[in-house]
Design a protein around this ligand. Structure first.
Ligand SMILES: Cc1cc2nc3c(=O)[nH]c(=O)nc-3n(C[C@H](O)[C@H](O)[C@H](O)COP(=O)(O)O)c2cc1C
Length: 174
């Protein structure tokens, strides 16, 4: 059993709902313990033990929210070598900037040495491109995309780390 943490910022519940759906998809894949973590209450020990960490943000002015940026800038654990993916909600699909929010999250993950994965368009439908995106509260296709992202990350996490249990990544603070 590997651990997965889903960190998110949400003021009006849309991104939180995405996180819940991602958890649902991951649990469907099986073999993962999933922790939902609002940016306000990060659990350092669980993050250290998580092999997979997703980051979700509402889109604010075409990028991640400042609350999520602060979270990424001040993350209390080293995440080098962990698997990650972004997700983002927005009010305006096709121009509101949720892919840009995702790309900003991906920048943060890469710079911290994470392995970024979404499953893209090669793991079946619905495609996950950069991660999961949703127009306001996820429903229909947007909800399916969240579940699919969770499933993809759980599967890839087990493939990469399944034999290693929940030991810390080398170099992590104890
Ligand atoms: C300060 C602020 C800036 C926003 N900027 C954008 C934006 O650039 N593009 C967009 O599509 N939606 C924008 N929105 C809408 C939110 O991204 C959208 O409502 C989102 O689903 C809220 O997520 P939450 O319910 O998890 O808080 C903005 C909202 C706020 C409060």
């Amino acid at each position: 059993m590997i651990k997965m943490s889903i960190i998110y910022h949400s003021e009006t519940g849309n991104t939180k709902r995405m996180a819940e759906l991602i958890k649902e998809g991951a649990l469907q894949a099986g073999g993962v313990e999933v922790h939902l973590m609002p940016v306000e209450t990060l659990d350092r020990q669980t993050l250290e033990e998580s092999r997979v960490i997703l980051f979700g943000s509402p889109t604010y002015y075409g990028t991640m929210s400042w609350q999520m940026k602060r979270c990424m800038d001040t993350l209390p654990v080293k995440v080098e070598g962990k698997l990650g993916a972004p997700f983002a909600s927005a009010a305006w699909p096709g121009g509101g900037g949720y892919e840009l929010a995702e790309m900003a999250l991906i920048q943060g993950m890469l710079i911290r040495g994470m392995l970024v994965y979404s499953g893209g368009v090669v793991t079946g439908r619905p495609p996950t491109h950069f991660g999961a995106v949703s127009h306001r509260a996820p429903a229909g296709f947007d909800a399916d995309r969240c579940r699919k992202l969770g499933m993809n990350l759980a599967r890839k996490g087990k493939e990469l780390f399944g034999q290693q249990q929940n030991v810390r990544t080398p170099g992590e603070r104890s």
